[in-house]
Write a new protein. Structure first.
Lengths: 307, 328, 464
């Protein structure tokens, strides 16, 4: 009995040692030489492996960063400037600060505004639905409402609002990785600058149909009337294919476009005060009147000069 | 269009099969064997069946609704099938609380923790049965027949043929002697293999299986592979030494071979998808079962064989695929 | 020969050919027709008319937009109202020519008599030109330009012309009706295509559930006496009319993945295409009409029809003419119930390949809620390509494109057998179609990269 016991212990011990030696030898023999800075960089990365940077994961990002001559082409949207500064200090680069971005849903075709014209009964996937047809409303450009973006978000920042049937972005959780924008077959979700204190202005519609058709499909649609573009004093708004677009680099958040939009397709978010449309309209009218006066005056002056 | 018409990708029609309809077919297929067992073992068998089915259904309902917080899957009848198969693997004289434990293991250990129907690795009914077999060996091998509604022609008392045989072999008698003493012949095997409910009538089980084949619920390859392997192995061994090794008929018709091969090994979830994979799986079951019977300490080995081969299913699914069109 | 069928998979839906006894009626002309520029596989056609132009029946109004493309002809006489985008069946904008109908004046070159012309022209190139000029495309579903299919690439020889009269889709009876009513024209069309392909034998495959069609076609073959044409009875099994399945059934050969039927010496044409070829070559009539079935699972036979329609008539007009949408209808489908497209927009127009308007009731078509896969393998048993839909579905969900390619997601023919037979009601095909698209994208990208690399290497070699 005792002997069996001793034999067992002895055999297992020897076996263990032998295997340990083999493992040690294999580890030495097949060690892949890697730049130790890859590990360092990877450590400061968020570790979400979301792919928002365009690389397969945080390690792939680190690997590329170590090999790159500078960090101009790489940015971790999740970690933001904080992480990029750390990465830069490890690798001895300098990076310029980037303004934080956030995902913005550019469709406000709520259930009431955009009546259903048929009933979709296929797989609950926007991609499948988009491949099949233009959608279960009259609008061929709007949100399909199957939640591919919600499924794509690794940070729990997106959810479907059952009342509107549209996705809602939780700005605190959104890391601007862009996974939702890639997942959306209608390209409704856009990464935009978060703006000062989160304030930003955007056109919440993608409908390229002509005004009447767009309006018929959805009460909240941008009808491409161009009022906003005419009103904008910062040259930030362009209307192409019957839909307006606000350039977030030029927008000064004056909210005039939002006030003049006849369908309410332009949204301003996180402003401290509710928009007083009448006041803003009056301001625009005053300014126009003044401009007209000035023009008239200039004309008269010209005439006087000529005369 | 005022009316909102349905739009979906093709196809626009469906074959009208559902998990429920398949399970209903399995239940119908089990009916002949259940009928025979109730006739043979009377109220006690009926109680075992009822307790097993009710426990499985209630446990599944309770766990899905309260613990997993998702819609109950009781409606698909899979819990009923599990309950029936478990009961058919138990002796009729078993205490009912043990039946409940078996149902608990089947549903709450083997099935739902893996994600419910379709996700489990091991056949729930067999897992329940094996758990009981190793936990309550005395009760699980108490094969005293309970009074039935009709008198069996030659009821055996005390043990299943296979365990009786193991005892007899231990005490030094040979197989022909045992056969003579216990009066087995083909007819009694077909209509009375005297054991747990599922093993009484190979004929009734086959009848049910033919129904499943006609309804295209199962394909015959797995049972053919299991029973064929068992037949070949027992033919070889009994051909070499009929004194020690039992023959083909005996092995195919006792010890749950039929129930296991026809209804347990063919469980969709725990068997391979491809035909070739299924045949290999069946051969594996046959070999393991016969090895346990001939060389192991347990009298029968179907349950263990099926459980062991269940482990190989993911691998078999990975290795063996259907033949594809236009590819070598 | 006995009854033939393909070697793997397939399903047996109820054939529901309720409108089989309805003779073909000619649909009257509406006030306006909308002729789509995307009626065929390949590049859309380029319109040749402008608003205000007068057109007559059979006049060319659009020319091919590429090698794989087709001519489009005016189905009516009248004035062009507009050349503008309009929503198609799926609600996506497609260029259409809108024509206001005025009278019914035909191009004089078209022979409108009913006389059968059995003498086949000698010049193969002339025949092909006629087929091309008539805008004939495959009417079995894919609408692939016929003249391209009838011109095998150099080195490939057609060994067998298979005429597809299987019509394996439930409900549809348009092919059945033309086989019963115009068998001789179809046989002449087949003989013409035989001639073009170099005199290979021709097999007309018809499923066993159409005995009248088998009888009439056999009689026509016997009467006309062209060499090497025979009628072959096929078992009833969906998707028998799939090109690859039909080749398997008739020739016992399988087309390799990514290959074309001509690789195994087969050319498959639908019977309706054969009729169109006959009309194009013998009668100078371009493809401006086709036969379409109006049917459904819960509508009286009196409301079911087989219409000879002018291509470009809006669906809404046809539906109105047939007595409006029945109350029992919950889904409208253009095509068969297995592979047809659900209609989300009745304003859409008919195209060359339109074969039906099918009304399905809620009970017949509503999808059941999805439940867990029970690994029954019914989808794999049903797949006529021998794929494993349950596996492809799982791989698609985890996004493993390499494994999808290895497991041949790109071979899917989208027949719908997997979803049809799934007891757990998992939307297998919906997902696999996406997977197929993604894998095809990868394959195409790889092929393009390889081509670019080869060209670069060639250029480098030349530079030396």
């Amino acid at each position: 009995m005792t002997q069996t016991f001793i034999w067992t212990v002895a055999i297992l011990t020897v076996l263990g040692l032998l295997l340990a030696l083999i493992l040690f030898w294999v580890a030495r023999k097949f060690k892949v030489e890697e730049d130790p800075r890859i590990d360092e960089v990877e450590k400061v990365m968020p570790g979400a492996n979301c792919g928002g940077c365009g690389f397969a994961g945080c390690r792939a990002f680190a690997d590329a960063a170590v090999k790159a001559p500078n960090l101009d082409n790489q940015y971790c949207p999740v970690g933001g400037d904080e992480v990029m500064q750390k990465v830069a200090s490890i690798l001895g680069f300098t990076v310029a600060a980037k303004a934080p971005q956030v995902a913005v849903v550019r469709c406000n075709g709520t259930c009431e505004a955009r009546p259903r014209t048929n009933e979709y009964d296929g797989a609950e996937s926007c991609r499948v639905k988009a491949a099949l047809y233009s959608g279960d409303t009259g609008c061929a450009f709007g949100c399909l409402g199957c939640g591919d973006c919600v499924a794509a978000c690794q940070f729990g920042a997106l959810s479907m609002d059952p009342a509107t049937g549209l996705p809602v972005v939780d700005e605190d959780k959104c890391t601007a990785c862009g996974a939702c924008a890639k997942a959306c077959p209608k390209h409704i979700i856009e990464l935009r600058l978060k703006g000062p204190r989160g304030m930003r202005e955007f056109v919440s519609c993608m409908n390229k149909d002509k005004g009447p058709a767009a309006k018929k499909a959805c009460a909240n649609a941008c009808i491409g009337c161009g009022l906003c573009a005419k009103t904008c004093t910062h040259d930030a708004i362009t209307v192409t294919d019957n839909v307006a677009y606000i350039d977030f680099n030029k927008c000064k958040l004056c909210r005039e476009c939002e006030a003049v939009c006849p369908t309410g397709a332009i949204h301003g978010v996180n402003f401290p005060k509710e928009l007083d449309k009448e006041a803003v309209k009056k301001r625009i009218a005053d300014r126009k009147a003044k401009a007209a006066e000035a023009a008239k005056a200039a004309e008269e002056k010209k005439e006087v000069a000529n005369g | 269009m005022d009316k909102k018409y349905i739009v979906s990708p093709n196809p626009h029609i469906h074959a009208n099969v559902s998990t429920t309809s398949i399970m209903r077919d399995v239940i119908i297929a089990l009916c002949p064997a259940i009928l025979v067992s109730v006739l043979a073992y009377g109220w006690a068998e009926l109680l075992v069946l009822a307790v097993s089915v009710l426990s499985c259904v209630l446990l599944e309902w309770a766990v899905t609704r309260w613990m997993m917080k998702r819609p109950s899957t009781v409606g698909d009848l899979s819990a009923v099938v599990t309950g029936l198969l478990l009961a058919m693997n138990l002796p009729s004289a078993i205490p009912l609380w043990i039946v409940f434990i078996g149902a608990f293991v089947a549903i709450c250990v083997a099935k739902l923790p893996f994600g419910g129907i379709g996700q489990n690795v091991f056949n729930p009914a067999i897992t329940g049965r094996v758990f009981l077999l190793v936990s309550f060996p005395a009760q699980m091998t108490n094969w005293n027949p309970t009074p039935g509604f009709v008198a069996l022609p030659d009821a055996i008392s005390g043990a299943t043929p296979l365990s009786a045989l193991k005892e007899a072999l231990k005490s030094g008698s040979t197989i022909p002697q045992f056969m003579e003493a216990n009066g087995y012949d083909l007819a009694s095997f077909l209509w009375d293999a005297g054991a747990s409910a599922g093993e009484i009538s190979a004929g009734a089980l086959l009848l049910g299986f033919v129904y499943l084949l006609i309804r295209r619920v199962v394909k015959p390859w797995i049972p053919v592979a299991v029973l064929g392997t068992m037949a070949i192995i027992s033919a070889i061994f009994s051909g070499i030494n009929p004194e020690v090794y039992t023959g083909v008929q005996f092995n195919l018709l006792t010890g749950g071979a039929m129930l296991g091969a026809l209804f347990m090994a063919t469980d969709y979830v725990t068997s391979p998808m491809s035909t070739l994979g299924g045949v290999i799986y069946g051969i594996g079951i046959g070999v393991i079962a016969m090895m346990i019977r001939y060389f192991g300490s347990y009298p029968e080995g179907m349950s263990f064989a099926i459980l062991l081969m269940n482990c190989t299913v993911p691998l078999l699914n990975m290795w063996f695929h259907q033949k594809k069109y236009g590819r070598a | 020969m006995g009854k033939l069928t393909f070697s793997m998979g397939g399903v047996h839906p109820h054939d529901s050919k309720f409108s089989r006894a309805c003779a073909i009626e000619e649909l009257p002309l509406p006030q306006t027709v909308y002729v789509s520029m995307a009626q065929h596989l390949g590049a859309p056609a380029k319109p040749l008319v402008a608003p205000g132009d007068k057109v007559v029946v059979g006049q060319v109004i659009a020319e091919p937009g590429g090698f794989i493309s087709a001519f489009v002809h005016s189905p009516v006489s009248g004035t062009v109202k507009a050349v503008a985008p309009r929503k198609d069946l799926a609600g996506n904008p497609v260029m259409h020519v809108e024509i206001a109908v005025e009278g019914d004046e035909w191009d004089p070159a078209i022979d409108r008599s009913q006389d059968l012309v059995t003498a086949i022209p000698d010049d193969k190139a002339a025949i092909l030109d006629k087929i091309k000029a008539a805008g004939v495309v495959g009417l079995g579903g894919a609408t692939f330009p016929t003249h391209v299919k009838l011109s095998p690439p150099p080195g490939k020889v057609a060994e067998c012309l298979i005429l597809n009269g299987a019509e394996c889709e439930p409900f549809l009876t348009s092919d059945f009706r033309i086989m019963v009513e115009r068998p001789k024209e179809i046989v002449v069309g087949a003989a013409i295509m035989q001639k073009v392909l170099g005199g290979c034998p021709c097999v007309i495959g018809i499923e066993e559930n159409k005995p009248e069609a088998i009888a009439s076609m056999s009689a026509a073959v016997a009467e006309l006496g062209y060499p090497g044409i025979q009628v072959q009875v096929l078992k009833k099994r969906y998707p028998q009319g799939g090109e690859k399945q039909l080749i398997d059934a008739v020739m016992h050969r399988q087309v390799k993945s990514g290959g074309l039927p001509i690789d195994v010496g087969a050319v498959v044409q639908n019977v309706a295409t054969s009729l169109a070829v006959y009309e194009a070559v013998q009668k100078n009539k371009p493809l401006i009409t086709n036969v379409l079935t109006i049917t459904g699972d819960q509508i009286p036979v009196s409301q079911q029809h087989n219409y000879l329609f002018r291509i470009g008539i809006p669906l809404s007009y046809i539906v109105e003419h047939a007595g409006g949408i029945p109350d029992s209808a919950a889904k409208l489908i253009s095509g068969g119930p297995m592979m047809g497209k659900a209609i989300s927009n009745l304003d859409a127009t008919t195209v060359k390949g339109s074969s039906s308007v099918l009304y399905l009731s809620e009970a017949a078509t509503r999808r059941q809620p999805e439940t867990n896969c029970i690994r029954c393998g019914k989808c794999a048993d049903a797949c006529p390509m021998g794929l494993e839909p349950f596996l492809l579905n799982r791989l698609y969900k985890v996004g493993d494109l390499d494994a999808l390619e290895q497991n041949a997601a790109q071979d899917c023919i989208e027949c719908g057998c997997c979803l049809y037979s799934c007891p757990a009601h998992i939307p297998l095909l919906d997902q696999i179609r996406q997977a197929k698209g993604q894998v095809m994208g990868v394959i195409r990208a790889r092929a393009a990269a390889a081509k670019a690399a080869a060209e670069a290497a060639k250029a480098a070699a030349e530079a030396k």
